[in-house]
Design a protein around this ligand. Structure first.
Ligand SMILES: Cc1ncc(COP(=O)(O)O)c(C=O)c1O
Length: 401
């Protein structure tokens, strides 16, 4: 939880500024006071990412929904994404009335470009490339494929905010990049998210949709603004904006410390025979929020996890992750939707969707994830704790490998 590890007087100052101004609605603040913390945060975020436009929203899930709405995703469309992602990615797709099509991962633990291409049909409207646990998907190859097929590309960068690929920030390769600032992320606003794009028209559509369809116009009272379309309320509040402003100035320090701590651990764990590491397309550009190791088999991975746990070190066995891997989502396999009345794909679910949730489709990903253990890297951690982790790995390796 690095973002929150860095809470300090900067956050307090920004939040108090907003409370002193007394207007928590971003557009009301702008209209009444000529200033908005959300607007300032958006400007800084766009600058940091090297994108033309940024739009603050209330969560990373909302960011995905807003991006897809702006691209016109709806019933009949298929949206391809990775089978290893947080459940929010397909939820946003389903909420648009579209069908999520999941594809296998490769050793980066992100979308496998080859499997992606095999799953493209004439109904594919968007590909959502997810950069999981701080590491890039093979975004250049993915972009080449989406460009070739004339399909939109969104990067779900909820888990790798601040990461880059060959010097270019993740989130700027696609038509949209989406981000989360929830409590567990490298920078946090409690709950919150961001949508970035370089496309003026797409930004306009996202901007209107996220605020009930308002065509924002500071020259008239908000109540008199024109409407672009039916929309929704996904606005970011001024309090979130204030936290974001303080946090973004700390992002590089968070990443620097992550990298330092991860390097220390990885160099030592690399000496242990039988442990290998996840493929990282550009090690310079990862944010080092996790260290993922591969063990020779599922049994050894589970035994290793248990051995570490006995020594007070918690790691995630990625194939067992209940919220991040398609075969573990029984509620989707059973189609437990509260919104069935507006489910245009109820019949499609019987063929396309059901095939998509069948565990056999993900045998290859299961084969990778069941050998994978992931350790969260803290930004602020004592050297003694890092040494304790290294010793635990060495001791358990003697027992298990
Ligand atoms: C890959 C991915 N996408 C989307 C989200 C959703 O973000 P939020 O929790 O801000 O809604 C998350 C959250 O962890 C995520 O990991």
């Amino acid at each position: 939880m690095p973002g929150s590890e860095f809470f300090g007087k900067e956050e307090i100052v920004e939040v108090i500024k907003v409370l002193d101004r007394g207007v928590l609605h971003r557009y009301a603040a702008e209209q009444m006071l000529g200033v908005s913390a959300v607007r300032e945060f958006e400007k800084k975020f766009a600058e940091y990412m090297g994108s033309k436009y940024a739009l603050g929203v209330m969560s990373g899930t909302a960011a995905l929904k807003v991006a897809m709405a702006a691209l016109g995703v709806g019933p009949g469309d298929e949206v391809i994404t990775s089978c290893f992602t947080f459940v929010a990615t397909p939820e946003a797709i389903l909420d648009c009335g579209a069908i999520p099509v999941f594809v296998n991962i490769d050793e980066t633990l992100n979308l496998d470009p080859e499997d992606l291409e095999k799953n493209i049909t004439d109904r594919t409207k968007v590909v959502i490339a997810v950069h999981m646990t701080g590491v890039q998907a093979k975004i250049d190859e993915i972009k080449r494929i989406t460009d070739k097929h004339g399909i939109y590309l969104i990067e779900d960068n909820a888990q790798a905010c601040g990461a880059s690929y060959k010097g270019r920030k993740l989130g700027t390769f696609g038509h949209f990049g989406t981000f989360s600032f929830d409590f567990y992320k490298p920078i946090t606003t409690g709950e919150g998210g961001m949508v970035i794009t370089d496309d003026e028209e797409l930004f306009f559509r996202a901007d209107c949709y996220h605020d009930h369809g308002h065509i924002h116009d500071m020259s008239v009272p908000r109540a008199l603004e024109k409407r672009y379309s039916i929309g929704f309320n996904y606005r970011m509040s001024e309090l979130q904006g204030a936290l974001g402003l303080a946090q973004i100035s700390k992002m590089d320090e968070v990443i620097r410390r992550h990298k330092e701590n991860k390097r220390y651990l990885k160099e030592r764990i690399a000496e242990i025979k039988g442990i290998t590491f996840r493929e990282i397309p550009d090690p310079e550009g990862e944010i080092a929020s996790t260290l993922t190791v591969f063990l020779p088999s599922r049994e050894k991975a589970l035994a290793f996890k248990e051995g570490l746990s006995k020594r007070g070190i918690g790691v995630a066995h990625l194939a067992s992750n209940r919220w991040h891997f398609v075969p573990n989502w029984e509620h989707m396999m059973e189609w437990k939707s509260l919104l069935a009345h507006r489910c245009p794909f109820e019949c499609a679910f019987n063929d396309t969707l059901r095939k998509n949730y069948s565990p056999e489709k993900y045998a290859r990903s299961t084969g990778i994830l069941e050998r994978a253990l992931s350790l969260d890297i803290s930004a602020k951690v004592e050297k003694e704790r890092l040494d304790k982790i290294v010793s635990a790995f060495a001791e358990v390796a003697k027992e298990v490998l």
